[in-house]
Design a protein around this ligand. Structure first.
Ligand code: BJ8
Length: 392
């Protein structure tokens, strides 16, 4: 079993791999795979059905969008008051500093938010960017439209890679991805244990770094091994030791670019982030693709349209799920992270705040931020004040 070590106040396994290390290892591995002739499809969003990429015999990879380094270059073409995730995505491509973008044979965007949708037009002049048109409702009309988009994406993959994707190929990919969803869900649901058996920092890092491990089976096996270790460690050392650390749920925008300054910081102040209602948390894992549906494209369309992202309107299911998580993870407070200029999350935050404070009677903190370190001091002050309202 791996020894746990204290790292800056966090309990992490001895051989813990940071996001940066996993990313670096990943691109060395990807280089080898490319040399062996593997095709790669780069993407930015949970709405893109990776099952189809696997069914085409290609590898899906999440593209770099997590750091402020390429943002000044991106601002030469994009407005400054745009979401940092969009500017970073474009900046990495523009400055050729994302090896995964470099290795991608095709890049897939989606019409989720206005900024991303328009940025993809610019990205297309750097590398071909195919854009899936996502409807913003979840009614029957939207479902039919989205199913057509999914079939069109399949056809695009067939044409790009000169392959035929059969229903059987899609079915096999659905099964493999569903297994991954199960495994990741079990990993992320370790946060339900009390006291918390691992840090939210580790949870989020592993969830994000997973996309740099290209063999789905191996990825699942590694996570299952870590689940067993954590459970054994918790049974042996923590189970009967009550903790007074506040248990937080993090919700909102993807947080890889602010993990150090918010997730790590709040845990070092004495809280445990035990649950993530985010795309790098459990959001995409909650619902699996229905393997019993005889129409594989209908099954994919239904699953992906139900992702509880704030670009959908209305989006009550996000609140319902947050409510369930609050109960199941014994949450003491909710921390919402909104990236600057992300209008859908910023506006929906008011509904989340009302739900958390008025219906669940819990403290709620909203932090709007970007990828810079300029607001770290101010964020620390707000996090400390927030924890004071919760801590016994
Ligand atoms: S499914 S959360 S990965 S869209 S880029 S919406 S932060 S302004 S990333 Fe997202 Fe897909 Fe939804 Fe998940 Fe806001 Fe920025 Fe837009 Fe963003």
């Amino acid at each position: 079993m791996q020894q746990a070590v204290q790292t800056g106040g966090l309990r992490l396994p001895e051989n813990f791999e940071s996001y940066g290390e996993a990313r670096k290892k990943g691109f060395l591995h990807m280089k080898e795979l490319k040399e062996q002739g593997k095709r790669v499809v780069g993407m930015f969003c949970s709405f893109v059905p990776t099952e189809l990429v696997y069914a085409a015999g290609a590898l899906p990879v999440g593209l770099c969008a997590f750091s402020d380094e390429p943002i000044p270059a991106a601002e030469a073409d994009l407005p400054r008051n745009l979401c940092p995730l969009i500017k970073a995505s474009y900046g990495f491509a523009l400055t050729d500093t994302c090896p995964y973008f470099y290795f991608s044979d095709l890049v897939v965007g989606e019409t989720t938010c206005d900024g991303k949708r328009k940025m993809f037009e610019l990205l297309n002049s750097i590398k071909e960017t195919y854009v899936m048109q996502l409807p913003f409702r979840r009614d029957e009309k939207a479902l039919a439209f989205w199913k057509d988009e999914i079939v069109a994406f399949k056809e695009k993959l067939e044409q790009t890679f000169g392959v035929t994707i059969t229903e059987e190929d899609v079915r096999r990919a659905i099964q493999a991805k569903n297994r991954e969803r199960d495994v990741m869900r079990r990993f992320l649901e370790l946060g339900k244990l009390n006291p918390a058996p691992l840090s939210g920092y580790e949870m989020g890092t592993r969830a994000d770094a997973g996309s740099f491990s290209f063999n789905l089976e191996e990825r699942c096996d590694k996570i299952e091994e870590r689940i067993r270790e954590i459970q054994a460690d918790w049974e042996a050392n923590y189970k009967d030791t009550p903790s007074t650390r506040p248990r937080l749920l993090v919700t909102g925008c993807p947080n890889a670019g602010v993990r150090e300054k918010i997730i790590r910081a709040v845990e070092e102040m004495g809280a445990d982030v035990v649950a993530f209602d985010t795309c790098n948390g459990i959001r995409e894992k909650v619902e699996k693709v229905d393997e019993t549906n005889p129409d594989v494209y209908d099954a994919l369309a239904r699953k992906y349209l139900n992702i509880t992202c704030s670009v959908m309107s209305p989006n009550e299911s996000r609140r319902t799920y947050i409510g369930q998580m609050i109960d199941e993870y014994q949450i003491d407070g909710v921390l919402e992270i909104v990236l600057q200029s992300c209008h859908t999350y910023a506006v929906e935050a008011d509904l989340i705040k009302r739900y958390v404070t008025e219906e669940k009677h819990l403290p709620y903190l909203n932090i709007e931020t970007d990828y810079s370190q300029a607001d770290s001091g101010q964020i620390n002050t707000r996090l400390e004040a927030f924890l004071e309202t919760i801590m016994p």
